[in-house]
Ligand binder design. Structure first.
Ligand code: FAD
Length: 471
């Protein structure tokens, strides 16, 4: 008997519960990917997600072929395509791994109902989370809104099942089953904007495992402190691989726990695992508060007066021409690599939501289009946290000062100089606030804006004023 395994954001063969369940039940597996981005509206994947997906699908295709199978690629309405494929292959079952965005849950529920109505087995599994959102609640039976108690409870309940290895052989898929090629999906950008990405990344399962090895041998040691400094590789950079399910959090956790760590690194490993916990928490929040991808979680901001964005200022922020060096470095890192350091994400977001007082959705939308790790749960939580509108958020009145942040976390200015070559000759500390050193800047950085696009001090006062006016 045949079963369809529907690949979505679980683009790996090891520790893939849906694939494993189909094989263990004795089915001949037909792996399929259906391209239907509009079904995720209003958060259809952006350009950076698509260019990553292009390469990740190529990688999965190769891995499946190496095992004697192949990836069937279709485009259109997921339900119709799966239904048609089930008829063509006389499949008796459909297996997939769950996702947690509201639009995807609604779509998957329709698919499940349709297949069951047809008399087929339709079965979903957990491949993406250590703790699924509905399996944990506060003492009062409510969803969590604060990270620390959430994680304290969650760590004790993490599924201890061992991550499984990839199958060593898969049944061939009949040549009669038609498929598009990955290139037919038109995922690669039409302009050459992503050419600089690929010196930084290797999409796919093998690339993810390689990066985990690099992390364990390197940045994991000292992670707790080093993760804050954007001038070095202080974190794992596994976020796009996790988003596309090229690696599972369970695989990461088990690898980390299997390692024989010197005692001095235990604090780092635990801290890293708690960052995976933030990813779990974000998914918990989005599942229980599905409107928060577009609306504030905190009701306190109902009457807050956000400013109407000035298109020129928004464009300057997007492309790293704000005149604030750390912000420009971050936004250019994002444009050139599809990723930005976490600390800098917080700084650029704070400038947008607090100094400019633009609604966080303006920033979330840009990140959505340009991040290779764009993830609705993490992005929503990251923006709401920084804007102060989220659960367990940094309060709105705590406004990052980009200049002191640069001094603390990019003390030598290495990160700023790497991404903003116009400032390469500026010495520290003038580099952090060139407008305060006008003469030097005119001489050493003539191509850089002479003034920041917003007065940091005055805008800070205005933001605090707007906050008290809304209370
Ligand atoms: P590491 O430090 O190595 O952490 C390991 C993993 O833990 C990450 O890969 C990620 O999956 C998870 N993680 C770490 N920090 C967080 C966090 N604060 N929230 C949720 N998960 C976390 N992360 C995304 O994956 N996608 C996004 O779209 C996204 N948007 C963000 C927007 C803003 C405004 C902010 C402030 C943060 C955002 N983050 C997002 C969270 C965080 O910046 C990235 O997960 C992290 O920088 C990825 O780098 P890394 O893999 O080296 O992280």
């Amino acid at each position: 008997a045949t079963a369809i395994v529907w690949f979505r954001r679980d683009l790996r063969l090891a520790d893939n519960p849906a694939l494993r369940a189909a094989l263990e039940a004795g089915y001949a597996v037909v792996p399929v990917y259906v391209h239907a981005p509009e079904e995720e509206a209003p958060w259809s994947p952006g350009a950076a997600s698509h260019t990553w997906l292009h390469r990740s699908l190529q990688s999965l295709q190769q891995d499946l072929e190496a095992l004697g199978s192949r990836l069937v690629i279709r485009r259109g309405n997921s339900l119709d395509e799966l239904d048609r494929l089930a008829t063509e292959t006389e499949a008796e079952a459909l297996f997939w791994n769950r996702l947690y965005e509201p639009a995807v849950i609604a779509r998957d529920t329709r698919v499940k109902e349709h297949f069951r109505h047809r008399g087929l087995l339709a079965e979903s599994h957990n491949a993406a989370l250590l703790i699924e959102p509905w399996t944990i609640a506060t003492g009062a039976g409510e969803p969590y809104r604060v990270f620390t108690p959430f994680w304290r409870n969650a760590v004790q309940r993490i599924d201890a099942q061992l991550a499984t290895p990839a199958p060593t052989r898969l049944p061939a898929v009949s040549q009669a089953v038609s498929s598009l090629s990955v290139d037919d999906l038109g995922l690669a950008p039409t302009r050459d904007w992503d050419t600089t990405f690929w010196e930084h990344w290797r999409p796919g399962e093998a690339g993810a495992q390689e990066l985990l090895d690099v992390f364990i041998d390197g940045a994991a040691r000292g992670y707790k402190d080093q993760r804050n400094f954007p001038d070095r590789t202080g974190s794992s950079k596994l976020s796009p691989h996790l988003h596309f399910g090229e690696i599972s959090p369970r695989q990461i956790l088990q690898r980390l726990r299997a390692e024989n760590w010197p005692v001095k690194y235990e604090i780092d490993i635990n801290h890293y695992i708690s960052e995976l916990g933030w990813r779990e928490f974000s998914h918990h929040l989005l599942f229980h508060y599905p409107k928060t991808s577009n609306e504030n979680l905190s009701p306190k901001f109902a009457s807050f007066r956000w400013a109407d964005p000035d298109p020129e200022k928004l464009a300057a922020w997007q492309r790293g021409r704000t005149g604030i060096p750390i912000v420009d470095a971050g936004m250019r890192e994002l444009w050139a690599t599809g990723w930005m350091h976490n600390r800098v994400r917080m700084i650029v977001a704070s400038v947008l939501c607090k100094n400019l007082r633009y609604h966080w959705l303006h920033g979330a939308n840009w990140f959505w289009d340009t991040l290779v790790d764009a993830d609705l749960a993490n992005n929503t939580q990251g923006w709401q946290w920084t804007a102060g509108t989220g659960a367990d958020a940094a309060p709105y009145f705590r406004i990052f000062n980009p200049v002191t942040q640069s001094e603390r976390f990019d003390g030598q200015g290495t990160y700023i100089r790497r991404w903003v070559p116009e400032l390469a000759r500026m010495p520290v500390p003038a580099l952090f606030a060139p407008w305060e050193h006008a003469e030097l800047a005119r001489e050493l950085a003539p191509a850089y804006p002479t003034q920041p696009f917003v007065d940091l001090k005055a805008s800070r006062e205005a933001a605090l004023g707007a906050l008290s006016a809304s209370r």
